[in-house]
Ligand binder design. Structure first.
Ligand code: IMP
Length: 211
């Protein structure tokens, strides 16, 4: 049996951007989000082998610490010609200074080394795993992806992370050239295109009721 989120939700992030994005998504459902950062919760180590387990580790830690339902996400980019790298290490490839231009250049260097110069050898996908955990250990988990091709040089200044080199399938602009509404927005306003938007739609179907 799926469980609904009812009133208050701890968002297991210390990132104000992620909290703002969650608040926007949760507003139509009358759910108030409070962040782990605001509550002064420690950030657990992400020791999982995949996106799903890292999301669960973060959600469970926040639910146990607060006694409330807690939400966490984990995401990243999976490059086929690089055997799935950077994957769960997507944030870490940018280093402590969060230099995503360097991280994109590193991907390009490795693709060139492997002779991945044609679009069919440069396929990649973003993954978003979402988990809601309750203090009694109940969990709801969903995962979604968006497929595309990596281009070089990167294009566009919108978005973040690896957006400027990611061309989603069926589109001629990179995520870096799309507005946030186009990329993440849910229908009817947006296309529900991104991995996070798609995962959130799945989570809403099982855990949320419009007010
Ligand atoms: P985490 O989910 O906070 O562990 O970080 C995931 C990392 O994956 C981010 O720092 C980005 O580098 C990358 N990433 C995840 N989603 C996106 C996206 O929508 N666009 C660009 N990069 C992303």
């Amino acid at each position: 049996m799926h469980r609904r989120i009812t009133d208050k939700l701890v968002v297991a992030t210390h990132n104000p951007g992620k909290l703002a994005e969650m608040n926007e998504l949760l507003a139509p459902y009358g759910i108030a989000a409070v962040s782990a950062g605001e509550l002064g919760l420690a950030e657990p180590e992400e020791t999982g082998n995949d996106f799903r387990s890292n999301a669960a580790i973060k959600a469970i830690a926040a639910a146990q610490a607060t006694g409330l339902a807690a939400f966490a996400d984990d995401s990243g980019i999976v490059v086929d010609a690089l055997d799935g790298a950077p994957g769960i290490y997507s944030a870490r490839w940018a280093g402590p200074s969060k230099d995503f231009n360097a991280a994109m250049a590193q991907i390009e260097r490795l693709l060139q080394e492997r002779g991945a110069t044609t679009p069919d050898r440069r396929t990649a996908h973003f993954v978003s795993a979402l988990c809601v955990a309750w203090p009694d250990d109940h969990r709801e988990e969903v995962e979604a992806r968006v497929d595309g091709t990596l281009i070089w040089p990167p294009r566009g200044t919108a978005g973040f992370g690896y957006d400027p080199m990611f061309l989603p399938d069926g589109h001629d602009r990179t995520f870096g050239e799309m507005t946030s509404i186009e990329k993440h927005g849910l229908p009817p306003l947006g296309l529900g295109l991104s991995h996070r938007a798609r995962a959130f739609v799945k989570l809403a179907e099982i855990c949320l009721e419009p007010r």
